[in-house]
Design a binder for this molecule. Structure first.
Ligand SMILES: *Cc1c(COP(=O)(O)O)cnc(C)c1O
Length: 486
C-alpha cells in the first residue's frame, strides 16, 4: 500500500515520503503526517528474531513506500552499524529498579538524536535523487543541545548538503556546547543565539516558510530542509526502537516513559502503538517547564508562562512542535485554528471530546530536586547511573507507580549518556564533586559507573574550538544571508 503525506493544517497539501523528507516542513507551516498510520505486517515472534536493522526496515518500509527495498536497506545499513554505534545491538535494554531503561545513546554523539540523525542524511540524499532536486540542500537546525551535534556529525562533509545549527548560547551544557563548536567539516556552521530554544525554533520555522527567502536561495542554487523532528525523516526512524524494545520483551502490555521536550520521541512511541504495539500508557515526563503536563491535565496548552533553565536543558522548551501531529489525530481540520491561536495568543484549548481521545497519555513533571534524587537513589540501589533527562523520566515514573500501583512492564527511554551531563549527574550523587574540574569529573564518573569514557568525550577534550559566532535572537536570517552570500 502506498502512503502519501499531507500537512496537518491542510489535507490538500500532499507529498510523497521523499518530497516530505526533502522539504522538512509543509509549505503552509504545518507538519507532514502520513494519511494513515500503517499496521505492522509481521508477527511479534518474527520481529523478535530480527536484529535492529531488520526491525527498522520492517517499520520504515511501511511509511516510506516510495523507496525501493534496495534504497531503504542501503540507508539503514549505512546508519546502523558498529562504526556509528558502540554496540552491535544499536540500543540496549538495562533492567534496574523494576523498569527497563532503553539506552538510546550508543551513537556517535551519545544522545538519542543519533538514532534518527545517523540515517537522515542517507534518507535526505536518496530523496533528493528520487525527486530530481538539483540544488544543494541547506539544513537549518534549531537545537536545545543534542540535535545540533548529532545533525552536524551526520551531515559533515556529505556531498550536496551543508548545515547551519543555531543553539541557545546560555542554555546548553558545557559538554553539549564544546561538542558543537569543535565540529569539523567544510560544510558546517554553528551559531550561538542570545535567546532560548523556542526563539531559535520559531525563527528557523519562519525561514522555512518564507517564499521570498526560498527564491533568493534558489537563485544561488540552494534549498532548505530540516533536521529537526518536524521532519518525518527524523520521526519515523524513531518508531523503530519502540517496536524493537517491545519485541525484545513481548509482555502482554507495555508502558513507555519518555522525557519530553519537542514531543518528537514520545510521538514516535504513539505511532508504534498505532502500528499495533499493545501500549497501556504513554507517560510524558517534563521538567519544570511543564506546559505538557498541564495540557494533559486540563486540555489547555498555554505557553504564556515563565521559562526556566534546568539541569535537563534539552527539555527546556515551551513550544513542543510535534504536539501538532497529535493534535491532528484528535482534532483533524481544527488543527490549523489551534495553531493559529498558539501563534497569536500563545494558547489554545481542546474540547472535552478531543481530550477523551488522549486517554493513553499520562503527563507528569519533576523538579530538579526530584530529578537529582532519582539519580542518587538509582545509583545507591543498583549502581546504575542515568543522565539528567532520563532521571526526569525516572522520577515521574516513580511517582506514577506509587500513586497508581500500576505494575505493567515499563520501558523508560534513556535519552543521553550521563557523560554528557557529568557535572549535574555527579553533583546529584555527592555535591562534593562540584569542586572538581570537568575533565576530572569524567574520570570520576568512569570510576563510579564502570562505564568506559565514550569516544565522543575523548574527542572534545583536546579538540580546538572552530566556531564562535553569536547572534541576536532576531538575527538568524542575517546569518543565513551572510553564510550563503544572498
Ligand atoms: C532532545 C532530547 C529530549 C527531548 O526529546 P523530544 O523528542 O524533543 O521530546 C530528551 N532528552 C534528551 C537527552 C534530548 O537530547
Amino acid at each position: 500500500m502506498k502512503i502519501m503525506y499531507h500537512s496537518t493544517r491542510n489535507t490538500d497539501l500532499k507529498a510523497t515520503a521523499s518530497e516530505a523528507i526533502l522539504a522538512g516542513i509543509a509549505p503552509d507551516g504545518g507538519l507532514y503526517v502520513p494519511e494513515q498510520i500503517p499496521k505492522l505486517k509481521l508477527s511479534f515472534e518474527a520481529l523478535a528474531k530480527m536484529d535492529y536493522a531488520h526491525v527498522a526496515y520492517e517499520v520504515m518500509k511501511l511509511f516510506y513506500t516510495d523507496f525501493t527495498e534496495e534504497e531503504l536497506m542501503a540507508c539503514i545499513k549505512g546508519a546502523y552499524n558498529t562504526e556509528k554505534f558502540d554496540t552491535e545491538d544499536i540500543t540496549t535494554l538495562v533492567e534496574a529498579d523494576g523498569a527497563y531503561y532503553l539506552e538510546l545513546f550508543h551513537g556517535r554523539t551519545i544522545a538519542f538524536k543519533d538514532m534518527a540523525l545517523s540515517i537522515l542524511p542517507y534518507l535526505m540524499t536518496t530523496a533528493a535523487k528520487k525527486c530530481g532536486a538539483k540544488e544543494e540542500i541547506v539544513i537549518l537546525t534549531a537545537t536545545s543541545g543534542d540535535t545540533g551535534k548529532a545533525a552536524l556529525a551526520g551531515f559533515a562533509d556529505v556531498p550536496g548538503t551543508s548545515i547551519v545549527v543555531f543553539y541557545p548560547k546560555h542554555g546548553v551544557s558545557r559538554v553539549q556546547e564544546k561538542q558543537m563548536v569543535t565540529q569539523r567539516g567544510k560544510n558546517v556552521n554553528v551559531i550561538g543565539i542570545e535567546g532560548n530554544f523556542d526563539d531559535a525554533q520559531s525563527a528557523v520555522k519562519a525561514m522555512f516558510t518564507d517564499e521570498k527567502l526560498a527564491e533568493r536561495m534558489k537563485a544561488k542554487g540552494y534549498r532548505f530542509s530540516s533536521a529537526n523532528s518536524i521532519n518525518i525523516g527524523r520521526l519515523i526512524p524513531q518508531v523503530a526502537y519502540y517496536v524493537y524494545a517491545y519485541t525484545r520483551l513481548c509482555p502482554k502490555e507495555i508502558n513507555f516513559v519518555v522525557p519530553t521536550g519537542n514531543f518528537g520521541n514520545i510521538l514516535a512511541a504513539y505511532y508504534a502503538c498505532k502500528m499495533g504495539i499493545p501500549v497501556h500508557k504513554l507517560i510524558c515526563a517534563s521538567n519544570r517547564n511543564k506546559v505538557l503536563t498541564d495540557f494533559f491535565e486540563t486540555g489547555v496548552y498555554d505557553k504564556n508562562r515563565e521559562f526556566y533553565l534546568t539541569s535537563s536543558p534539552s527539555m527546556d522548551i515551551l513550544i513542543s512542535s510535534n504536539l501538532e501531529r497529535l493534535i491532528y489525530e484528535i482534532a483533524e481540520d481544527k488543527t490549523a485554528k489551534f495553531m493559529k491561536d498558539l501563534k497569536e495568543k500563545g494558547k489554545y484549548e481542546i474540547t472535552s471530546a478531543m481530550k477523551k481521545k488522549l486517554d493513553l497519555f499520562v503527563g507528569g513533571y519533576a523538579e530538579d530536586k526530584e530529578m537529582e534524587e532519582a539519580i542518587s537513589s538509582l545509583y545507591n540501589k543498583e549502581g546504575y547511573i542515568i543522565d539528567t533527562h532520563t532521571a526526569v523520566a525516572a522520577a515521574v515514573y516513580n511517582k506514577y507507580r506509587e500513586s497508581t500501583g500500576d505494575t505493567t512492564c515499563t520501558v523508560i527511554a534513556s535519552t543521553a549518556s550521563p557523560y554528557k551531563f557529568t557535572r549535574a549527574v555527579l553533583n546529584s550523587i555527592d555535591p562534593a564533586y562540584d569542586k572538581k574540574d570537568d575533565f576530572e569529573l569524567f574520570d570520576e564518573l568512569n570510576k563510579l559507573s564502570g562505564v568506559p569514557i565514550p569516544q565522543a568525550i575523548k574527542d572534545i577534550v583536546s579538540a580546538p574550538v572552530l566556531h564562535n559566532t553569536v547572534c541576536a535572537k532576531d538575527g538568524l536570517e542575517k546569518e543565513v544571508e551572510r553564510i550563503y552570500k544572498l
